[in-house]
Design a binder for this molecule. Structure first.
Ligand SMILES: *Cc1c(COP(=O)(O)O)cnc(C)c1O
Length: 388
């Protein structure tokens, strides 16, 4: 299986069939499992035997999703959580203790920012932010107690990129765990563990589901690190439901074809916007004008489905543009079949101060477009008429 191509693994790696020989994987809606006898129960609880005990720990549907994701990303093992934020919270909770320090990229998902600023700081964990494009800030940000380096690349919504190979070496040199939020890229476009990341995290809510139906999170890493995640997650309870795991595992079967089309459409949108006079700036990894274009080409298969633009005229122009869109949805989600427009300053990143927003490149005129799978001509027509 390991030697097969991404598309084949995503479709053919399936849990074993039951006595009914179903072709598509069934849904295992059960909270707990029966033991053959008292001895089996004892052995399972003592970790002397492999098997299912309780769905807060494991379930055949989450097992299948995790195994598929791990193989696709080149990881040994993984864990599934109810949402992307539960995956990030679980990772911090498992590896950090009072007195530890986190060095994080400045442009992280709004809720990750809130976790570091307002939740873990209460528990005696300190943090420093560094800009993805300024290596000197990473060097000066490292402290003797830096336990975790946390990075989102490409970042949301600024689409900044960091060289993962450089970062992998940097983290090893400083003996810190490197955790990458790989949500924007998915395992199809980028595999951080190959560059030395210890943990790769996904909000499966986005492109992995890809159809705007469910929340989900995945943590991938070595068997040893995932054991530590398990130790925290079994008892704190961020488990993914079997139904969501079943949906997400089915979604993975089409991830490659969906991502190809998301990327193809997004590149065309980025190129169009770059040539439009009302647009101040366009951020897309595979536009040659992107400051980290060469790095993006090196570590990503394609540029992804998100295009961020800054419109001339600030929040007034941004609102007018969004209200002028006829087909695009105004929504906070991304990675859906439907194209979506978001205004980060008043939604996903509204909890940041204006100064913090400007530091991560979010202006009042910044709009994040998640480019969907509609026909490219219809997507471009909608953007054009809204700009007019
Ligand atoms: C959405 C998102 C998250 C959080 O995921 P949820 O599933 O919404 O909890 C984390 N990181 C990034 C980059 C995201 O886009």
């Amino acid at each position: 299986m390991q030697e097969d191509h991404f598309e084949t693994i995503a479709i053919r790696l399936q849990a074993e069939r039951s006595q009914y020989k179903e072709h598509s994987v069934p849904l295992y809606l059960t909270s707990s499992y029966k033991f053959d006898d008292a001895e089996e129960m004892r052995a399972l609880f003592a970790n002397e035997k492999e098997g299912n005990v309780y769905s807060r720990y494991a379930n055949p549907n989450t097992d299948e999703l995790i195994e598929k994701m791990a193989v696709l990303e080149g990881a040994e093992s993984g864990w599934a959580t109810a949402s992307g934020m539960a995956a990030i919270f679980t990772t911090f909770g498992a590896f950090l203790q009072s007195g530890d320090h986190v060095l994080s990229s400045r442009s992280v998902f709004g809720s990750t920012h809130q976790l570091l600023n307002n939740v873990f700081s209460k528990w005696g964990i300190t943090y420093t932010y560094a800009d993805l494009d300024k290596p000197e800030q990473w060097e000066s940000g490292i402290q003797p107690n830096t336990k975790v380096i946390f990075v989102e690349t490409p970042s949301n919504p600024g689409i900044d990129i960091i060289d993962l190979e450089w970062l992998g070496n940097f983290s090893k040199k400083h003996n810190a765990l490197l955790v990458i939020d790989n949500c924007f890229a998915t395992p199809y476009l980028q595999q951080p563990i190959k560059y030395g990341a210890d943990i790769s995290i996904h909000s499966a809510t986005k492109f992995i589901d890809g159809q705007g139906r469910t929340l989900g999170g995945i943590i991938l890493g070595s068997a040893k690190l995932i054991k530590e995640i398990e130790g925290f997650a079994r008892h704190s309870g961020p488990a993914m439901s079997p139904f969501n795991a079943w949906l997400l595992s089915k979604s993975l079967e089409t991830l490659a074809v969906r991502m190809d089309r998301h990327c193809e459409n997004a590149l065309k949108v980025a190129e169009f916007l770059e040539s439009h006079p009302s647009i101040k700036r366009v951020m897309y990894p595979f536009l040659p004008s992107h400051p980290q274009y060469e790095i993006a080409k090196k570590q990503m298969k394609q540029g992804g489905g998100i295009v961020t633009l800054v419109i001339e005229g600030g929040v007034t122009a941004a609102s007018k543009f969004m209200d002028g869109l006829k087909m695009f949805s105004i929504s906070a989600n991304l990675g859906d079949t439907r194209s979506i427009a978001t205004h980060p300053a008043t939604s996903t990143h509204s909890k940041l101060t204006e100064e913090e927003r400007l530091q991560v490149g979010i202006e009042q005129g910044t709009i994040r477009l998640s480019i969907g799978l509609e026909h490219i001509n219809d997507i471009l027509t909608d953007i054009k008429q809204a700009l007019d």
